[in-house]
Design a protein around this ligand. Structure first.
Ligand SMILES: NC(=O)c1ccc[n+]([C@@H]2O[C@H](COP(=O)([O-])OP(=O)(O)OC[C@H]3O[C@@H](n4cnc5c(N)ncnc54)[C@H](OP(=O)(O)O)[C@@H]3O)[C@@H](O)[C@H]2O)c1
Length: 313
């Protein structure tokens, strides 16, 4: 079994070293933009392509590709590509470390909404302000968090936020059970899931039918002063609707990690709006150890003819 690695994040030395440590018999080629660089000599056996998406300019997959390993959570950029043969098995990355990073990002946003800015630094004009009356603190159970998408990532996020005592509602296509959460399922319940949410977390996948899902109708259902945490796909967000919604205070603040155009152009208004916190698609990054373990497990299953872990088709 040989790996054909066409994703720079998967070809980092830390990942390759870990793959080598886990299985010294695995060999690979790395795509460097215009050619393959081989390690370990050629092989006549089956190959597993490791990619986030197929590189521009490819008209066919490498010879003897027996399966594709999607190096990331969302997979539509790969599975919707007409160059990918329909009958080829596709597996996805299983990376608990990355999922935990997403949880941490969401928790930062949830606590920010719960507590508000804690103190003001002198640089932000504070330092001398001592309010007459203290604003009462909200209890965790009174803060309503809605998580859209209860898949591999969203279900863990919803479970961790609920375990900390917040009121969590989740939404998915089919009914799911997530301990401590109320779950709504199916298209007709989407807006109900967002109703009165203080924090709306988007962890939906890049399906065409979900394009523009974060727009005026859903924003209008949120609680006043709510926060949006957008981690799904750029195509979900209607940017003009977000601007109007921020003006109306529903949501009043947005954490944005994914964008219709990445990198986000320097002139984009998101960078300058104080009601927006931009992160450059870094909420959850693949971790070297978990990524290598997931790739090796996929390659072994393919070699041994056992069930493919993380198979998505
Ligand atoms: N920003 C980051 O750093 C980062 C990191 C990781 C993931 N993500 C993003 O997070 C999103 C979720 O990832 P995931 O791994 O949790 O995905 P997943 O396992 O595929 O889960 C998708 C969830 O969305 C639901 N869903 C609702 N409508 C759907 C539709 N029309 N088609 C397909 N699913 C639909 C699914 O419902 P069912 O449960 O009924 O199938 C499922 O609960 C993706 O967009 C991914 O790119 C971002």
């Amino acid at each position: 079994m040989r790996l054909c690695i066409a994703e720079p994040l998967a070809a980092r030395p830390a990942v390759l070293d870990e793959i080598r440590r886990l299985d010294p018999s695995l060999t690979w080629s790395v795509w460097s933009g215009d050619r393959w660089t081989d390690e370990g000599g050629a092989t006549l056996g089956p190959q597993m392509l490791v990619a986030w998406k197929l590189p521009d300019g490819w008209t066919a997959l490498p010879d003897r590709t027996a399966a594709v390993f999607c190096f990331g959570a969302g997979h539509d950029q790969l599975t919707d590509d007409p160059r990918l043969p329909r009958d080829l098995p596709v597996m996805r990355l299983i990376d608990p470390g990355q999922t935990q990073q997403i949880c941490d990002y969401v928790l930062a946003a949830v606590f920010e909404r719960l507590l508000g800015p804690i103190g003001l630094s002198a640089g932000k004009g504070g330092g001398r302000h001592w309010p007459e009356a203290m604003i009462p603190r909200m209890a965790r159970r009174d803060l309503r968090v809605t998580v859209l998408g209860l898949g591999a990532t969203g279900s863990v996020v919803a479970g961790q936020v609920a375990a900390l005592g917040f009121s969590v509602r989740g939404w998915s296509r089919r009914m799911r059970v997530v301990p401590g959460c109320e779950v709504l399922a199916g298209e007709t319940t989407l807006f109900d899931a967002a109703a009165d949410a203080d924090v709306l977390v988007n962890l939906l996948p890049g399906a065409d039918e979900l394009g523009g899902v974060l727009s005026a109708p859903i924003f209008g259902r949120l609680a006043n002063g709510s926060h949006l945490v957008h981690l799904g796909r750029g195509l979900h967000l209607v940017e003009a609707d977000l601007r109007s919604a921020l003006d109306a205070g529903r949501p009043a603040f947005a954490w944005l990690d994914v964008f219709a155009r990445e990198p986000l152009p320097p002139e984009h208004w998101f960078w300058r709006d104080p009601r927006i916190h931009v992160t450059p698609h870094t909420a959850g990054l693949p971790t070297a150890e978990d990524a290598a373990r997931s790739i090796v497990a996929a390659a072994h299953a393919l070699r041994d003819g056992t069930p493919l872990p993380g198979r998505i088709r």
